[in-house]
Ligand binder design. Structure first.
Ligand SMILES: *[C@@H]1O[C@H](CO)[C@@H](O)[C@H](O)[C@H]1NC(C)=O
Ligand SMILES: *[C@@H]1O[C@H](CO)[C@@H](O)[C@H](O)[C@H]1NC(C)=O
Ligand SMILES: *[C@@H]1O[C@H](CO)[C@@H](O)[C@H](O)[C@H]1NC(C)=O
Length: 351
């Protein structure tokens, strides 16, 4: 008996509610209609802008990171022995615990301890195995060890890519090298191509790592992702987009100003993806007293390393950095050595 409510009571309450909702929603609808009537154009544009930017923000990662290109890149990673390179397959934990995969490609034992070691950061597509032919060239021409780094979300590394994540993986790679007792820690070279160039620049300007790096080499890399978006999309509207709109920024343009490490900028003049002027801008803004812009006439975005003379130019650059080291202690012949380095330099301008 107690909980019984007459049916008529319920319908009455429901009816009241409907009336209320009707009244309120009617008012809101009238208000919206009036707004739309008066400011409809602006409204529609704002709504569209909101929706489009929302979508763009989410797809940015997919546009920038292409670990699945070519297909099977996340499962099949070519191994250095396919190019007759002795190596160790290494896994290490990045700073947030993500497990990343690397190849430590090393010179024969007696040479390994004296040789320079290059940390290689690759571009935005495929996996590190796709760079092995290039690594073989570095290995045989420069007689160096190479630590080939697989970013998170690429190849067999765990996780998914992000700007902060890639920076963490870079730190983890140099931390890993620091733990090895069998290399020359005075000659650690950071190399980055394209997206890897931005990763390399970030690492080189971090206080706790600057002193561990002997030389920096960046190739066909961009000034920033917002700049690249302007180039690729060609929308004039983009220049009004605030920076927070970009999920991935990679602001090398600002960071190069803090570089103190000797730096070689390799710019393929036939690069149709990253405009070569971006490499010139980076070189101009770089604060290092030892910096060089190497412009390779027929160099394309991915294949500048295939142009004849490429490895020789790298060798000359590293040799000049060694001479610089000696000069610090050998004041007598300072001028002579400067001249030597200078004449070598002249040959390097174009290859
Ligand atoms: C390591 O590199 C430094 C700097 O170039 C050089 O002076 C030194 O001789 C190298 N050490 C070995 C063991 O080769
Ligand atoms: C660039 O490539 C073209 C055609 O392959 C060749 O004729 C030209 O000599 C090359 N230029 C240089 C500087 O290597
Ligand atoms: C460079 O290579 C990647 C794959 O390795 C490819 O997706 C990209 O289109 C290439 N870029 C150019 C400009 O050839």
């Amino acid at each position: 008996m107690g909980g019984y409510v007459p049916f008529s009571r319920i319908t009455a309450i429901l009816f009241k509610m409907v009336l209320k909702v009707w009244a309120y929603s009617g008012l809101v609808l009238v208000f919206c209609f009036l707004l739309y009537y008066m400011y409809g154009g602006i409204f529609a544009v704002l709504l569209l802008f909101f929706a489009v930017t929302g979508i763009l923000y989410q797809v940015q990662d997919n546009l920038l990171y292409s670990p699945e290109l070519p297909s099977h890149s996340r499962v099949y990673v070519p191994i250095p022995s396919m190019f007759n390179l002795p190596y160790e397959s290494v896994t290490t934990r990045s700073l947030d615990g993500t497990q990343i995969h690397m190849y430590f490609i090393h010179q024969p034992e007696q040479r390994q301890r004296n040789a320079p070691t290059i940390i290689f950061f690759h571009g935005n597509a495929g996996n590190m195995g796709h760079r092995l032919q290039n690594c073989a060239g570095l290995y045989h021409n420069l007689h160096c060890n190479i630590l080939l780094v697989e970013y998170r979300g690429y190849g067999l590394s765990e996780g998914s890519p992000s700007e902060e994540g890639l920076y963490m993986d870079a730190k983890a790679s140099i931390d890993y090298l620091s733990s090895r007792k069998d290399i020359n820690h005075s000659e650690i070279i950071i190399f980055g191509r394209s997206l890897g160039g931005a990763v390399a620049i970030d690492l080189a300007v971090r206080e706790e790592y600057t002193n561990k790096i002997w030389c920096l080499v960046v190739e066909n890399t961009f000034t920033s992702i917002p700049d690249m978006a302007k180039v690729l999309l060609g929308w004039r509207m983009l220049q009004y987009f605030p920076l927070f709109f970009y999920k991935n920024k990679f602001l090398s343009y600002h960071k190069v100003k803090r570089i103190r490490t000797p730096t070689l900028f390799i710019s393929g003049m036939a690069d149709t993806l990253v405009p070569p002027r971006m490499m010139s801008e980076l070189h101009n803004r770089c604060s290092s007293i030892r910096k060089q812009l190497l412009q390779v006439p027929n160099g394309t975005h991915n294949e500048t390393w295939q142009v004849q003379g490429y490895y020789h130019s790298l060798a000359v650059f590293f040799q000049s950095c060694r001479l610089k080291n000696i000069q610090k202690y050998d004041i007598k012949t300072d001028n002579e050595k400067m001249q030597d380095a200078g004449s070598m330099w002249n040959n390097v301008h174009t290859i």
